[in-house]
Design a protein around this ligand. Structure first.
Ligand SMILES: *Cc1c(COP(=O)(O)O)cnc(C)c1O
Length: 460
């Protein structure tokens, strides 16, 4: 017999411990949405059936991660768990200094406290929301220089996370003194989970070298990005993902990291770099708010699970399944006539709410409207990435975001294909009823990161 050619990409694991889901009715969900001020961040997780709010910290740990947890050493200083963690990070990202933090944003806050400040400009392909907020909090300007294709929701360019190198070059030529470092977000979360090509990273490195600038990675989804490079970039097929990750690391001077993404952790992050003086200044701040440099706000057991997670995330069987299952959701929505951002990214599918709901103007938050409808219809919690999230400018004015998207983020190793089939049905139901959806207005909001706590009201 020939070896069969399977088209089904199965989950490369089986279930070892289960969590019950609480099934709710339409009426219960409508009441929960109302009680939450139509803000899905305020809905109780027990009132959610399939939670696609984020892939951050929501993944399932493996048997070997739970075993590693038992190995945790909780010594205040010099815990062996720290060295296991540091070596696992360096196996992929061989930076001199590896500084644990409780999450990615803590790494960002520390880095930009040292390098930011009024009058500075930080370029990035696209700043993630916490990255932008931490840059702006210091008084610096956060500048997004992603390629134009990123703003075309239906573009087919494979590496829509790429930096516009010509604009970066122009910035460094004209305002170079104001730029403390260049950032690259891999994959580009806010831009649709789109990967950055290796060629683009090399080109950005060259420009940084020409102007004497450091390049830092916001590397949350480095393994998914490396898989896309292997699958889609000319000359890269067949390469080991570990090899690609090391090449990416070799182009950078440091990184910020949320370990709640590709490192398969439920909590954690780190800051890493080669520069001794910068590392010293970062560690000084770390001690102020995170903790001693060998634990940085994490328990020793967390550091152990992250070390193991880093070993697992670069397995090809895992990454093939991961990227394929995201594409399965996206392609099914496309077949149902629902506009999604293409090509489909690594960790999430993004519905183009502005295109799906043309009757709702951007300042009436079409993404918010769609996200609430998906929740009410099926108990599926998603996340608006659009004008509700990005519309408020630092000067207090409001303008439409570049796109109004709804993100369906897939927690790692958590939901099966039948869960995803249920999500597809919920989306189809909302699409059939799309003409009944209304816009929203914001009746209460905080000064920064308003989407987490704002209170919304449906328009009449
Ligand atoms: C999640 C994320 C962050 C922030 O990390 P936290 O652990 O949530 O603080 C920064 N950048 C990107 C690209 C992210 O996806």
């Amino acid at each position: 017999m020939d070896a069969p050619e399977f088209t089904t990409i199965i989950e490369p694991f089986r279930i070892h411990s289960v969590e019950p889901l609480r099934l709710t009715t339409l009426e219960q969900r409508q009441a929960a949405a109302r009680d939450a001020g139509y803000n899905l961040f305020k809905v109780h997780a027990q009132d959610v059936i399939i939670d696609l709010l984020t892939d951050s910290g929501t993944g399932a740990m493996s048997r070997d991660q739970w075993a590693a947890l038992q190995h945790g050493d909780e010594s205040y200083a010099g815990s062996p768990s720290y060295y296991i963690f540091r070596d696992a990070v360096r196996e992929l990202f061989p930076f001199e200094h590896v500084i644990p933090t409780h999450q990615g944003r803590a790494a960002e806050r520390i880095l930009f406290s040292v390098l930011g400040g009024a009058g500075k400009v930080v370029p990035n392909n696209t700043h993630f929301d916490t990255t932008r907020a931490n840059v702006e909090y210091t008084g610096a300007q956060a500048l997004d220089l992603v390629v134009d294709a990123a703003h075309e929701a239906d573009s087919t360019y494979a590496f829509k996370g790429d930096m516009d190198v010509a604009r970066l070059e122009a910035l460094l030529r004209e305002q170079g003194d104001a730029v403390p470092l260049v950032m690259m977000t891999i994959t580009n979360n806010s831009g649709g989970g789109q990967p950055v090509s290796l060629a683009n990273l090399h080109a950005v490195r060259d420009v940084c070298d020409a102007h004497g600038k450091m390049l830092f990675l916001d590397a949350c989804r480095f393994a998914e990005n490396a898989w896309f490079i292997r699958e889609k970039e000319a000359g890269q097929s067949g390469r080991d993902v570990v090899d690609i990750v090391r090449e990416i690391a070799s182009l950078a001077d440091g990184m910020t990291m949320s370990a709640k993404k590709d490192p398969m952790g439920n909590i954690g992050g780190w800051l890493a770099m080669d520069d001794d003086d910068l590392a010293r200044r970062c560690r000084d701040l770390l001690v102020l708010t995170e903790g001693f440099p060998t634990y940085g706000g994490l328990a020793g057991r967390d550091l152990e699970t992250l070390a193991q997670g880093l070993r697992e995330v670069v397995h090809h069987d895992y990454l093939r399944y991961r990227v394929r299952s995201t594409a399965y959701l996206g392609e099914s929505l496309q077949r149902a006539g629902i506009p999604v951002v293409t090509p489909i990214g690594g960790h999430a599918v993004y519905i183009d709410a502005r295109a799906m709901l043309p009757g709702i103007r951007p300042l009436q938050y079409p993404g918010q409207s769609l996200a609430i409808a998906l929740y009410e219809a099926g108990g599926v919690r998603t996340c608006e990435i659009g004008t509700a999230m990005f519309g408020r400018r630092p000067d207090g004015s409001e303008e439409p975001a570049a796109m109004d998207l709804v993100r369906l983020a897939l927690p790692r190793r958590t939901y099966t294909q039948s869960h995803i089939d249920y999500v597809i049905e919920a989306c189809r139901h909302v699409a059939v009823h799309r003409d009944e959806l209304r816009g929203y207005r914001i009746v209460e909001e905080p000064p920064t990161l308003r989407h987490f706590t704002a209170v919304f009201e449906p328009l009449p």
